[in-house]
Every structure is written in C-alpha cells, then in structure tokens.
Design a protein around this ligand. Structure first.
Ligand SMILES: *Cc1c(COP(=O)(O)O)cnc(C)c1O
Length: 457
C-alpha cells in the first residue's frame, strides 16, 4: 500500500499555475490550466501506484513542473496535415481519399459563409441541396432513387433497420466480415434489430443455400463485399442477379448489395482489379450502398441507391435526420460527382490509375545525390489501393529508397514523422521508401526540406 501521506505533498493547481507564470509563461490561459491538471493527475497516479514517493512538497512541485513542460513540448495531438509517402492511396489511418483543390475550395466557401443548403435560389423559398445531391447520386448509379448519409456503415445500419427490423436477413457465412476493426457486419445487424440468418460456408455459398433459407417472412437477402479479405482457391459465390430468381416465389424479398468501396470509374478497363462499376451492381440488386471516400474519391459519406419504394421508406425514417450528411460533405461530394462527370476525376482515382512509367520518371527527377549522410535511390515496387479495397491488386510504382548512414530505418521514419508537416514513409527490407504515387508536386517541396534536415541531423 502507498502511504497516503505522499499525496499531501502534491501542489494545488493554482500554485503550479503561479510557478509557470513566474517562470515567464505569461498570463494564465484555459489551455495551460488543462495541461497543469493533466500533469497533476499523472503525478497523482505515479504516487498511487507507488512509483513516485516525494520526500517533500518541493520535490513533488519539481516533478509536476517537469511533467508540465514535457506535456507542453509534446507535438500537437490534434488533427494535422500529413504527407503520405507510404503509397497506399486510400490509407484509412491517413484519412482515406484526399480532395482536389477545387473540391476543397468549395468546402471552404461553404464553411466560411452561408449557403443554399435548404434554400431554393429560383423561388426564394425553402429548397433542398440534399434533394439535388440525391438525384445526382441516383443518376450516377442508374437507379430510380438514391439517398446520401454520413458513411457506408450508417447506410448499412439504416437499410437493415428500416427494411428488415425484426425480420430475417439472409447472409452468406463467407461474407460476415469485419472491416477496419470497428465495422462487423454481424454486429451492425444485431444493433439494427434485423435477424441474421447465416447460410453456406466460408468458401462456398450456392443459390440452393439461399433458396432453402428464404421463406414467406424473410425480409431481405444481403450480399456484402468482402473488402479487405479474400477467399481464394476452392470458392463459389452467388451473385445478386441470380438471387433475383428468388423473387419469383417471394416477390416482396429485397436483394441488398453492400458494395463497400463502390466505384464510379471503370478501373478494370485500365487493367486494375475486377470491381464492377456501381451501375452494373445496382442493375442486379434492389438496393445497394457504398462509401463516398473509397474508390469514389470524395468525402466520408454513404450512398444508398435503388428502387424508389425502398429509398422513400428510408427518407421517411427518423434515422434519416440522425445520419444526415453535413453541408461541408455535401459540397465535397457534389464536387467529386462533378469531377467524375467531367472526367477530370478526384485525386484518388488519378493516383490509382497513374502508370508506372510516369512514377518511375518522377522518382528519377526527384532523386538526389548531394547529401552528406543520406542515400536516395530510385527503385521499382508496388503500391496498394487501401481502404479495404481490392486487397489483391498490386499497382506497379516508382519509389525512392532512403537510408541514412548509422541510423536505423525506424529512427529515420520517426524523424520524418516529427517534421512539419509530418512525412509518413513505408518501412520495408531495412530501409525507408518514398512512393511517388501519393506525393504531389507541391508536397515534394516539403519532402526535400525534411530530407535536408534529416541529412544534417
Ligand atoms: C468500408 C466498408 C463499409 C464501411 O464504410 P464506411 O464508409 O467506412 O463507413 C461497409 N461495408 C463494406 C463492405 C465496406 O467495405
């Protein structure tokens, strides 16, 4: 047991605040008080667990001041811009799809002023931007209707809750996946109140498996894109087009396809993966949903598209208000749609389709041999799409291999992460690698400065 008397040496908050002020910290600020409280709380914990036993008030004060200073010197833990040199285009930890400058400036304008969010500029009366965006989403998906929500997880939840609550939804055991550690199809179903009816096996689910599970009371058959998981070898799945046959006996059955990344751009025409475009998937199902910030290349959003009777039920559901998209995301999604329409494409799409020859040329242009302690050599390799999308696809790319004499690759990577803006590299084969695919021309200026700093460190 810790001697409780040690706690009486802990200085009160106002004493620490005065000490900081006396040491030239200037007048008190709320942020400083918050850091002081945090420092004191941590010192209290070290006393409680017995690792710190101050001899007197002075020692406790000194320790608190040291900890305070460490907390002040810590890098900003808030959201920061980062340069992605790891080459994974839809890097979930780094915020998935980056927006174009044009899309970002539309977000900016929407954010700093008022907007026509719920105002019709023609009539001067109440109108809805969201209604317009929903119409555009439907036209991209080739469906009767569509609805955008906060993200695809919200879309899945809403579809199940509104259309299958207390009723059975049939899903293949091979598709009960977990995506990104926080999205489990089975958990979302449970939360929604839909009753999960598993069919088939991990590697094979046939039409007959679905057919024998469906009955009068079944609300839905759901297909889930396996995303970051692939079953290879001895496999069999049943596509939504085939599942439509179930409706001959059960006309009210809903065929729902959670596409996950859902692409508007035909990547397979460029020889990249075998993802069908959203239009093709939507034509086979009654309702589909997909993310806004995966292969679409827009902001975090979820797009639900399909038959009007179903979408209307969703629009009238109380959850529609809970899960609605905010005005900045509406601006960004509109821009991403514009870019697909004009065939200029959002940055994520351009990055994924960048040919290796261009990236190798970039690596040659950006190589340098004027360093004292660094080597920076071009090499070829592969990048990943990321975001749980096309896990087996390898995109041939151009890289720069970075090494610093006497430093481990982990130390170099940590140094570059501590620069401003932080640079995140790929670690592989005892070196750091910079992938040309995800670093823009404008960012390369920062990278050069960071490398010079590392050279001199
Ligand atoms: C990514 C993904 C989701 C979740 O989408 P978010 O937009 O990240 O919420 C749901 N289902 C599948 C199949 C996915 O791949």
């Amino acid at each position: 047991m810790t001697d409780p008397s040690y706690f009486r040496y802990l200085p009160p908050v106002h004493e620490v605040a005065s000490a900081v002020e006396e040491e030239g910290g200037g007048p008190e600020t709320p942020k400083r008080m918050q850091i002081i409280r945090k420092a004191l709380e941590e010192i209290r914990t070290t006393i409680a667990d017995g690792s710190f036993q101050p001899a007197d008030r002075q020692e406790a004060m000194q320790k608190t001041m040291e900890r305070y200073q460490q907390l002040v010197d810590m890098p900003d833990r808030g959201l920061q811009r980062v340069i992605n040199a790891a080459g994974t285009v839809l890097h979930t930890n780094l915020g998935r799809a980056p927006l174009s400058e044009k899309a970002a400036s539309k977000v900016y304008e929407t954010a700093i002023g008022y907007s026509s969010l719920e105002f019709d500029l023609g009539s001067g009366e109440r109108g809805s931007r969201l209604a317009y965006l929903n119409e555009r989403a439907a036209s991209f998906c080739g469906t009767e209707a569509a609805m955008v929500v906060n993200n695809n997880a919200a879309a899945v939840y809403m579809v199940l809750k509104a259309l299958s609550k207390h009723k059975e939804t049939v899903v293949s055991r091979g598709e009960l996946v977990e995506i990104g550690g926080s999205f489990r199809v089975s958990t979302i179903m449970e939360e929604s109140g839909a009753i999960l009816r598993e069919v088939g096996t991990t590697n094979k689910t046939r039409y007959s498996d679905y057919a024998s599970a469906v009955h009068e009371e079944t609300a839905m058959v759901m297909k889930v894109h396996t995303s970051n998981f692939a079953v290879v070898g001895f496999t069999e799945t049943t596509d939504t087009g085939e599942l439509q046959k179930l409706k001959e006996a059960y006309p009210h059955l809903i065929i729902y396809d959670d596409l996950g990344s859902g692409s508007l751009y035909p990547f397979q025409h460029d020889g990249i993966g075998d993802e069908p475009v959203v239009r093709e998937s939507a034509a086979r199902a009654d309702i589909i949903s997909f993310s806004g910030d995966k292969l679409l290349g827009g902001p975090q959003a979820g797009i639900i598209a399909g038959k009007k009777v179903l979408i209307d039920q969703l629009k009238q559901h109380p959850l529609a208000r809970v899960l609605r998209l905010d005005k900045m995301s509406i601006a960004a999604l509109e821009s991403a749609f514009d870019e697909h329409e004009n065939e200029t494409y959002p940055p994520a799409v351009s990055m994924i389709t960048s040919p290796q020859s261009a990236l190798m040329d970039l690596a040659q242009q950006r190589r340098r041999d004027d360093f004292q302690t660094l080597t920076l050599e071009p090499a070829s390799g592969v990048s990943k799409v990321g975001g749980g999308t096309m896990p087996l696809v390898e995109l041939p790319t151009g890289l720069l291999r970075l090494e610093k004499a006497g430093w481990s690759e982990a130390s170099c990577a940590a140094f570059l992460r501590s620069c401003s803006p932080p640079l995140v590299v790929r670690l592989q084969d005892s070196a750091c690698w910079l992938d040309m695919r995800t670093i823009s021309e404008e960012e390369w200026g920062f990278v050069n400065k960071h490398l010079e700093k590392l050279d001199n460190a």
